[in-house]
Design a protein around this ligand. Structure first.
Ligand code: PLP
Length: 349
């Protein structure tokens, strides 16, 4: 093929999403979806939006959602930017802040998409390894030439560990550029960084409805940042990045906090049982504040375990990060799914 493409596109691998088997028949514990159906208010809202019709373009700023989120989070609506999933938000932020040859920093190991976003820009992606206890070294906050954006998944994936808000604020104060705190899993954690956005212009927080609100199939996420930043990001986004059905559904979902509290409680209870069972089977890993558990085995590679589980139609995420022990990231499913998974693991190890 002739060389039509920008060199950074031609030479990059592209992001490989987790496996999404379309046939069914799997216990699916590999991409951190919520095992429970979303709030019933979501279906009602989608039907109502359909009845209103789809002939017209949606609200480009998803105002209904931003007003609802404003109430929930205690920030003004113009501090919120809606996106087609939080991956859309991460893309908008990277495109707006990081130019060709400039630098983006991420902790390692973390969410693999950050590197892909840097590569799309033709930017450098700097990995700063976590300490063995999943804290971050001082160097993570150091200024560097052309450093334009720092990503921090908090809780982190695959570890499920959290950097407390005081540490995040201190980190942002040391950095010369904005810090995007990716809170995809914050609804399962004991703390979050929303209140820091008002304290520091450099702190931005992204959230998704894919995990805690059980809407991965819908595609909705959002950013919370000070309005002078949001104004700039608006220039970069697609005009109609969220469709009318998803705006209606997402607005209804976040309005039902009773559903969220009940679902969260079930998932945290199951997470505790899963973590205890894994420890009994000789796995080690940090305490998780997310809806998954990172499991490393004391004495063996876990790849054959992943393969054997898959052969038995249980799908977990196998991760091998160079320089780190390989591990299984197991999503917290229903009690029944986790019981089956643990039972199979007991037979395998
Ligand atoms: C799942 C996930 C996302 C993406 O969520 P979407 O809203 O579904 O795009 C972002 N960041 C992290 C760390 C995730 O695990």
């Amino acid at each position: 093929m002739p060389n039509y493409f920008r060199t950074n596109i031609q030479s990059m691998l592209g992001y490989a999403p987790g496996e999404q088997p379309q046939g069914g028949g799997f216990i699916k514990l590999n991409t951190n979806e919520n095992p429970y159906p979303p709030s019933p208010a979501v279906g009602t809202a989608v039907h109502e939006a359909l009845a209103r019709g789809l002939q017209k373009y949606p609200d480009p700023m998803a105002g209904a959602f931003c007003r609802q989120a404003s109430e929930l989070l205690g920030v003004p609506p113009n501090w919120i930017l809606a996106g087609n999933g939080s991956d859309d938000i991460l893309t908008i932020v990277t495109r707006a802040l990081v130019g060709e040859g400039q630098r983006l920093r991420q902790p390692y190991p973390s969410y693999i998409l950050y590197r892909t976003l840097a590569e799309l820009q033709g930017a450098k992606c700097e990995d700063v390894p976590f300490e063995p206890d999943w804290s971050l070294p001082k160097s993570f906050g150091q200024a560097a030439d052309d450093l334009k954006l720092v990503f921090l998944a908090n809780p982190n994936s695959p570890s499920g560990t959290v950097l407390p808000p005081e540490a995040v604020l201190e980190l942002a104060e040391r950095l010369p550029c904005p810090l995007l705190v990716d809170e995809a899993y914050a609804d399962f954690a004991e703390s979050n960084c929303i209140d820091l956005v008002a304290k520091s212009e450099k702190i931005m927080v992204s959230r998704t409805l894919s995990k805690s609100y059980a809407l991965a199939g819908l595609r909705f996420g959002y950013l919370v940042a000070q309005p002078q930043l949001i104004e700039q990001f608006v220039k970069v986004k697609d005009s109609y990045n969220c469709d009318a059905l998803s705006i209606a559904a997402a607005t209804a979902a976040i309005a039902d906090q009773t559903w969220l509290a009940e679902t969260r409680a079930k998932i945290l209870a199951t997470r505790g049982r899963l973590a205890a069972a894994l420890r009994n089977l000789g796995f080690i890993g940090p305490n998780s504040q997310a809806n998954f558990v990172w499991a490393i085995h004391r004495s063996r590679s876990v790849r054959p375990i992943y393969e054997e589980l898959k052969a038995q139609r249980i799908l977990v995420r196998y991760m091998a990060y160079p320089g780190w022990s390989d591990g299984l990231r197991i999503t917290v499913g229903t009690d029944a799914e986790i019981e089956t998974c643990v039972q199979r693991l007991r037979e395998i190890v």
